[in-house]
Design a protein around this ligand. Structure first.
Ligand SMILES: [Zn+2]
Length: 309
């Protein structure tokens, strides 16, 4: 919700300059002049024993002009730390004006697993500043992510950073490089993200329509996948059936919702996210198991791995 974005200024800023500008703000060296606001801001920025005067203005067409009394722009061809410091200060002022001194309220995200064909994706959702009962997507930009403050949620964001393309520098907005979720959760990234999101108690399965289904993480070891033949009560023949099994616990695959079918299969059963050991990793995926119509074609080649019962 920044009124002026860095790219509006039309000059590049080096990382070193941005760091310097941030230090000036943190050290209290930026003093906004009276009358600043409403499209025009002026500040004096302490620089050793003197001050630099810097101003920024946005006209009604949105064009931004700026000037600083220091020679940096002229000498270096890039924006100076004073201008960057003013930009940060304006941004903070505008936020406070919009939300009061306390700043905007914290955001409590909901983490929803979304299925896109074969890929398992996860998205950030929230109820918005109007606290709407209907969840909407939470943009992973700096303005929103900076309002996610609880420790458990920050852990999820950290785990999500790699899938979101990494995090921008705070001065560049601080959001994910790829802020438009949902993001695919590949096998290697999956468990860390799911574990962190599960710990918040706000992990769910995105709805086809209606409300999301809450999910918890199964705490035990991975289940084993077992295939076998079972009598078919409807006909005098055997049918192929599958289960996930762990000790005495056994669930028919028909009751399992396979949400990831790659080399780290994940199924949802009774609202729990369960890992399934990829016993037949080279050839078999759960997708095969749950796609019954494909089973007969595959049987011939794979008969060696079934546990007949
Ligand atoms: Zn300057």
């Amino acid at each position: 919700m920044s009124v002026i974005k860095p790219e509006d200024l039309g000059v590049p800023f080096t990382d070193a300059t941005k760091d310097e500008g941030r230090s000036l703000v943190q050290d209290g060296d930026v003093q906004l002049m009276e009358g600043s606001g409403d499209g025009a801001w002026e500040a004096q920025v302490r620089f050793f024993r003197r001050y630099h005067h810097v101003w920024l203005e946005r006209d009604s067409n949105g064009a931004v002009t700026h000037e600083c009394s220091c020679p940096h722009l002229e000498n270096e061809g890039s924006g100076c730390a004073h201008l960057w410091a003013l930009l940060l200060t304006v941004d903070r002022e505008e936020r406070e004006a919009a939300f009061g001194d306390a700043g905007p309220p914290p955001i409590v995200p909901v983490y929803l697993i979304e299925r896109h064909r074969k890929q398992l994706k996860i998205g950030l959702w929230w109820s918005g500043d109007d606290d709407s009962p209907k969840l909407r997507r939470l943009p992973a930009d700096g303005d929103h992510l900076s309002r996610v403050t609880s420790g458990a949620d920050v852990q999820v964001l950290k785990a999500l950073e790699p899938v979101g393309g990494g995090r921008r520098n705070l001065l560049d907005g601080g959001g994910f490089m790829e802020p438009d979720g949902p993001w695919p959760l590949l096998a290697e990234e999956r468990s860390a993200v799911l574990r962190a999101a599960g710990a918040t108690g706000r992990l769910g399965l995105a709805p086809e329509g209606g409300d999301p289904t809450p999910l918890s993480l199964d705490a035990g070891d991975a289940f084993e996948l077992v295939l076998g033949f079972a009598p078919d009560p409807a006909a005098p023949q055997l049918k192929l059936a599958g289960w996930i099994v762990r000790g005495d616990e056994r669930h028919d695959l028909v009751d399992c919702d396979a949400i990831a079918t790659d080399r780290d299969p994940v199924v949802v059963v009774d609202g729990r996210i369960c890992s399934v050991a990829a016993l037949y990793r080279r050839k078999m995926t759960l997708e095969f198991v749950v796609s019954c119509q494909r089973i007969p074609n595959c049987l011939t080649g794979w008969h060696g791995i079934f546990h007949a019962i």
